[in-house]
Design a protein around this ligand. Structure first.
Ligand SMILES: Nc1ncnc2c1ncn2[C@@H]1O[C@H](COP(=O)(O)OP(=O)(O)OP(=O)(O)O)[C@@H](O)[C@H]1O
Ligand SMILES: [Mg+2]
Length: 392
């Protein structure tokens, strides 16, 4: 296990979040990839040096686990600009899509290239050993897909070759996993709520309660049911309903009504969440409100989300509290709170800090895998000490 670096990775439908090492590395990449048929036109050397690698992830991936081995991809921001980019289809299975693996490998390769002094390096090849904690939706874990997913990751060396990527062009990263843990997403969120980095219980009040965790993401919503410190697999539910579509509608309507072209959904999020001058844009130099557009579309989504909450609460009547997590919850917070005040008045809670909400899963995987890694290291040291004692 020497030199095994920790990776805790949440491959969200909207974006991948990764935490590495002793929390010294972090990465957030939009979950978008585009297959390249030919090599991307070479860009100037000066450009290569100054650009952020994150904005130019261009890789070839060799791995027997992929359906499409040795393919070339643009990943993240670079893929967004491409006209053949693909996002995960909400109905698909994360564990069975090449896209999930391409994202996972890309993020790890990026971390390895950034921290190459941690690893053995021959010429341009980095030998990167990782201990990985990641997750799958409850539905897939229920179907037993976590087992195959884990063994495919463990079973071979996966190579990422950086092509026209700033700073890392020409570098190859051989990724080998010393250990892989695949956690169910709902369970992970619960762990993060009740335990600290050393898995000590930090929330005694909460640990034995019956709780719901409603995770509103970019493309999907999952509701986990926790009872007796466990997730109740049978009760958990997932819906193909996230916040991305509504953000897209807002963008459309701002364009058709005000003639303003926003670059991305991120720009919409910025407009509707900024502290100052929220829900306003500039039109030909005049400050203009888009409040009505935002309110109508967001309220509509909040109502749908609220219906799901109500439905789940009915089926789990002894629930004591529901936590809203995920990026979608940050955006919908005020709308859902208002609805709840006017309607059923459930005991619900949100996270003040949107970063906490969005990074909930990645943080949980980190806590779990870091703890696992500490324990196995301790065991190994003990074994070695015993061996030494015997030979004396
Ligand atoms: N800083 C932010 N503040 C508010 N909302 C944000 C922020 N960053 C992202 N979002 C919104 O949150 C959504 C993504 O949420 P999240 O990262 O929880 O989704 P995901 O986990 O990738 O997707 P899914 O849960 O569907 O797999 C995006 O659609 C975006 O609009
Ligand atoms: Mg998510």
């Amino acid at each position: 296990m020497t030199n095994s670096r920790i990776a805790a990775i949440d491959v969200g439908n909207d974006s991948l979040k990764g935490i590495f090492g002793k929390m010294d590395g972090e990465v957030n990449i939009p979950n978008v990839i585009a297959r390249d048929i030919e090599d991307r036109p070479i860009i100037g050397i000066e450009e290569l040096d100054t650009q952020d690698p994150l904005d130019g992830i261009h890789i070839r991936v060799h791995s027997p686990t992929l359906k499409d081995n040795n393919a070339i991809y643009r990943v993240g921001n670079l893929a967004t600009k491409s006209n053949n980019s693909t996002e995960l289809d909400p109905g698909s299975s994360k564990s069975e899509e090449d896209q999930t693996l391409v994202m996972l490998f890309a993020s790890i390769a990026l971390d390895a290239a950034r921290n190459d002094s941690n690893f053995k390096k021959n010429n341009n090849v980095i030998e990167a050993n990782y201990t990985l904690g990641t997750g799958l939706p409850l539905r897939e874990v229920k179907e037993g897909k976590d087992v195959g997913y884990r063994s495919r990751l463990l079973g071979s060396v996966h190579q990422v070759e950086f092509l026209v990527t700033p700073r890392y062009q020409g570098i190859k990263v051989n990724i080998k996993f010393d250990e892989v843990k695949v956690y169910p997403e709902g369970f992970a969120a619960f762990i993060n709520l009740v335990m600290d980095n050393n898995l000590n219980i930090i929330n005694k009040d909460l640990i034995d309660k019956r709780i719901l965790i409603q995770d509103i993401g970019g493309l999907s919503t999952d509701i986990a049911v926790i009872k007796d410190r466990k997730v109740d697999d049978d009760k958990a539910q997932g819906f193909n309903l996230g916040v991305s579509e509504s953000l897209e509608w807002i963008r459309e309507e701002i364009r058709s009504r005000h003639g303003i072209e926003l670059d991305s959904r991120r720009d919409v999020v910025e407009i509707i969440t900024k502290k100052n001058d929220r829900n306003h844009i500039m039109v030909k130099g005049s400050r203009t409100s888009v409040h009505d557009i935002v309110d109508r579309i967001m309220l509509e989504l909040a109502k749908k989300q609220y219906r799901h909450l109500r439905n789940m609460w009915q089926k789990n009547s002894q629930t004591e509290i529901c936590y809203f997590i995920g990026g979608g919850s940050s955006v919908l917070k005020e709308y859902i709170k208002t609805l709840n005040n006017n309607l059923d008045g459930y005991n619900i809670d949100f996270f003040e800090d949107e970063k906490e909400s969005i990074w909930m899963m990645a943080n949980a995987y980190y806590k779990l895998i870091a703890d696992f890694s500490r324990k196995t290291q301790k065991q190994q040291t003990q074994k070695e000490e015993q061996k030494l004692a015997k030979t004396k």
